[in-house]
Design a protein around this ligand. Structure first.
Ligand code: MG
Length: 386
């Protein structure tokens, strides 16, 4: 019997965080919850703390700190509040693995701190690598920290690479479901509402990533994420639309052979693989049945109608702080779309405008990313009609 892994979950009340706790609940012999954090969902954080007995919890919204302390006063759990506590909690000696399930740019600082503290990372926060991939991967290398992908496509690539570390990758295909608007043209997209965009055909996810999936920005961000995770050139990364979401991604090797990883679309599988690596733990997840899927189909993406994909590819190719600009502008654009302030296609216009206007830096450092992010958000907000 191996020792149990002590897990810190950053963002435990979100979609990935709650599914990770489902996995941990089903694998009590393998995992212990060490730390839980939430941005502002105090009630769920309290319930999770009572159920999973973490060593410590962090509520980022400090206005709720007293309430969380009060509710947990009868339990042996340390309660902290604020951004700084979130950034520092990952340094705790007792943590073996940090699952970064925060949404967006907010994941960057705690992830860098965790790597600096020598903690292995289960990465569900793709924006961290999109914004500062070079910085994050070089620091991980220096600290001998492993980054295990949680994103289903990247988990698929990672699983296909098991036993192939010495064999160069020719290219990878990231599969995309195509989202709720697959096959639609610009004319249709110009009038879609958030209610339609939030209905993903296959995956049950948080609001931000669901909008990103509908606009194909998610796939663009995943291309950048893959570039850093697997040390690839942009020309080695391709996207193929696969509406059934059964093939989670594909690696093509230099002999022309292709390996794909398959399974039902259920985030618990990649989460468990990242937490348990290198083991595959026995699970009760539903199994794929060929009878329910008589055909698996593949088609080309349409970057003309879904311009976010072209914008992200351009940022991936050019590098520097351009992916950081795309990410920040996109976070503002998605928030504005969710508030009915801009239309679906205007999200791309807003992002492109920011890409054109914010100064390009070829070799940014951490402070440059912080500044680029702040400048881009400010500009994007100013560009939104009031
Ligand atoms: Mg994904």
């Amino acid at each position: 019997m191996q020792e149990k892994k002590h897990i810190a979950i950053l963002g435990s009340t979100g979609s990935i965080g709650t599914q990770a706790l489902d996995v941990i609940r089903q694998q009590p012999d393998h995992f212990v919850v060490e730390v839980l954090t939430s941005n502002n969902n105090a009630d769920l954080l309290i319930r999770q703390a009572i159920t999973f007995h973490p060593n410590a919890v962090v509520i980022v919204d400090v206005s709720k700190l007293d309430y969380v302390r009060q509710e947990l006063s009868a339990y042996p759990v340390k309660v902290y509040g604020g951004e700084q506590a979130l950034a520092e909690i990952v340094e705790m000696d007792s943590i073996d693995l940090v699952l970064t399930a925060l949404v967006g740019y907010a994941g960057l600082k705690p992830t860098l701190n965790a790597i600096r503290a020598g903690k292995h990372i289960a990465l569900a926060n793709k924006e961290t690598l999109v914004v500062a991939g070079e910085l994050v991967t070089s620091l991980a290398k220096e600290k001998a920290v492993n980054i295990y992908p949680v994103d289903s496509e990247h988990s698929a690539i990672f699983q296909c690479l098991a036993g192939e570390w010495h064999n160069p990758i020719e290219k990878i295909y990231l599969t995309a479901s195509g989202g709720p608007f697959r096959g639609r043209d610009k004319n249709f997209l110009s009038s879609v509402k958030k209610e339609q965009a939030l209905k993903h055909p296959n995956w049950d996810m948080g609001a931000k990533i669901t909008i990103d999936s509908a606009s194909l920005m998610n796939k663009g961000l995943e291309m950048i994420e893959a570039k850093w995770l697997f040390n690839l050139k942009p020309s080695q990364i391709d996207v193929i639309v696969h509406p059934q979401s059964i093939v989670h991604s594909i690696v093509q090797f230099q002999d022309g052979s292709m390996k794909a990883q398959m399974g039902l679309p259920d985030m618990k599988l990649p989460i468990q693989y990242a937490l348990a690596y290198p083991q595959r733990l026995k699970s009760e997840f539903p199994r794929f049945d060929f009878i329910n899927y008589p055909s698996l189909t593949f088609e080309k993406p349409d970057p003309e109608s879904f311009r976010n994909l072209s914008l992200a590819i351009h940022a991936m190719e050019k590098g520097g702080n351009l992916p950081c600009i795309v990410n920040a502008a996109n976070e503002i654009a998605v928030a504005a779309f969710l508030k009915d302030q801009i239309g679906f296609l205007e999200m791309s216009e807003l992002i492109e405008e920011c890409m054109n206007r914010i100064s390009f830096l070829a070799h940014p450092g951490y402070e440059d990313y912080v500044q680029t992010d702040a400048e881009t958000r400010k500009m994007a907000l100013e560009l939104i009609p009031v």
